[in-house]
Design a binder for this molecule. Structure first.
Ligand SMILES: NC(=O)c1ccc[n+]([C@@H]2O[C@H](COP(=O)([O-])OP(=O)(O)OC[C@H]3O[C@@H](n4cnc5c(N)ncnc54)[C@H](O)[C@@H]3O)[C@@H](O)[C@H]2O)c1
Ligand SMILES: C[C@@H](CO)CCC[C@@H](C)[C@H]1CC[C@H]2[C@@H]3[C@H](O)C=C4C[C@@H](O)CC[C@]4(C)[C@H]3CC[C@]12C
Length: 342
């Protein structure tokens, strides 16, 4: 999107632990695309990649709420990695830093308190225990506190944090997992979450555009945007997590069984706890990381939706992809997967 939408772009550097062949397709245009294989936990690698950059969009992170990696690793990547990016900007003189934070910096909290159509100023007790939200909250705090620090050359660093809600769209691994789970169950998924529990979702293309816009506007609106947080939002409907997924999985042949949860909540809690025990027992042999665990169950069962226009007011954000377009593009992606699954 940067290559398509940013006329000022002269070089795009992509720094990632895992570089994919898709990057080669980006190198066909007039803008220099530099792919750098590196680890954000290695300060020297980050500094080398950042040196000379006008703006850094820091979106690297370990998105793990399934117990696939240790809390220490999550912290190392999400917190120390972010610290390394900030220090690289300061040491090399890059003045603008955009950070991909998350709704989870706010909630849902460990008390399961709903956040109903809230905004960046809505009072809410952000209390976390899980390593992932803790790491995102710490990283965001580092980024916001770094706003105003002097970088090499003496000018101030300008930082901003974007908080996507649950991102969906092409490449969404969890959607892929649900789809394959439904295929294994004969084209059916079984409702486990009440339809009344709303979960905010945002299309990946709109999240990407918000990042591009902030990267462009941060210099000109530093006084207004510096040190600020913005929820990423669009016109995706408020629905339960499962009902929202069915907007894409339904047209691809899956059916959600039940108008209300088929199992009592206490049984889901027991099954989630059993999954944790199985994960621990099996760890020496294999990685067992199912979708259902105590954290994901609590998340799915707690309303968390945002309703805000701060990004529009501060830097003119309007989601370029309508709900209909976002839905169609995601369905096409699942169908392309379906083709590969058959
Ligand atoms: N997926 C969501 O619903 C969601 C919602 C809100 C915020 N976010 C945030 O968006 C960002 C991108 O997440 P995503 O959902 O696209 O997940 P993703 O796993 O697709 O992207 C994360 C990227 O970070 C890279 N990475 C991981 N460890 C690294 C390391 N040590 N060094 C360098 N690169 C490393 C990965 O290779 C990957 O390309 C993350 O910061 C995440 O916290 C995601
Ligand atoms: C109980 C299961 C039966 O169907 C349903 C489990 C659903 C969970 C796997 C997901 C429910 C809410 C999701 C999270 C939410 O969308 C926001 C997130 C923040 C983001 O930074 C990373 C992803 C995630 C934690 C996302 C992960 C999957 C859920 C827990």
């Amino acid at each position: 999107m940067l290559l398509q939408q940013e006329p000022q772009l002269r070089e795009l550097r992509i720094f990632d632990l895992h570089l994919g062949p898709w990057l080669e397709e980006l190198k066909t245009g007039p803008v220099q695309v530099t792919a750098i294989q590196g680890d954000v936990t290695q300060a020297h690698e980050v500094a080398a990649a950042v040196a000379g950059a006008h703006v850094v969009i820091h979106t690297a992170g370990l998105v793990d709420v399934f117990g696939k990696t240790s809390p220490e690793t999550i912290h190392e990547v999400n917190v120390q990695g972010t610290r390394n990016v900030i220090e690289a900007c300061v040491q090399t003189g890059t003045r603008f830093l955009v950070y991909t934070s998350s709704m989870e910096v706010v909630g849902p909290n460990i008390k399961g308190q709903p956040f109903y159509r809230g905004n960046e100023n809505t009072p809410y007790e952000a209390v976390h225990r899980h390593p992932y939200p803790c790491s995102k909250a710490l990283a965001e705090q580092l980024v916001l506190e770094a706003n105003g620090r002097k970088v090499l050359g003496g000018l101030p660093l300008v930082t901003c944090a974007l908080r996507p809600t649950g991102i969906y769209g092409e490449g969404h691994q969890i959607m892929r997992d649900f789809y394959h789970q439904g295929l294994r169950l004969g084209g059916r998924l079984f409702r486990a979450i009440p339809a009344s529990v709303e979960h905010g979702r945002v299309y990946v293309g709109n999240v990407a555009w918000m990042h591009v816009l902030v990267a462009r506007e941060l210099e000109h609106r530093a006084a207004l945007m510096g040190g600020q947080v913005y929820f990423c939002y669009d016109n995706s409907p408020y629905k339960s997590y499962e009902d929202f997924n069915m907007e894409f999985l339904g047209p691809c042949g899956l059916r959600l069984v039940g108008t209300r949860p088929l199992l009592p909540y206490w049984l889901l809690v027991f099954l989630a706890a059993l999954n944790v025990l199985l994960q621990w027992l099996l760890r020496p042999l294999l990685l067992y990381a199912p979708l259902l665990n105590p954290y994901t169950l609590a998340m799915a069962n707690t309303t968390f939706t945002v309703s805000t226009d701060k990004a529009r007011r501060h830097f003119g954000y309007e989601p370029p992809f309508s709900w209909e377009e976002s839905r169609t593009r995601t369905i096409r992606w699942v169908q392309a997967m379906e083709g590969s699954a058959q």
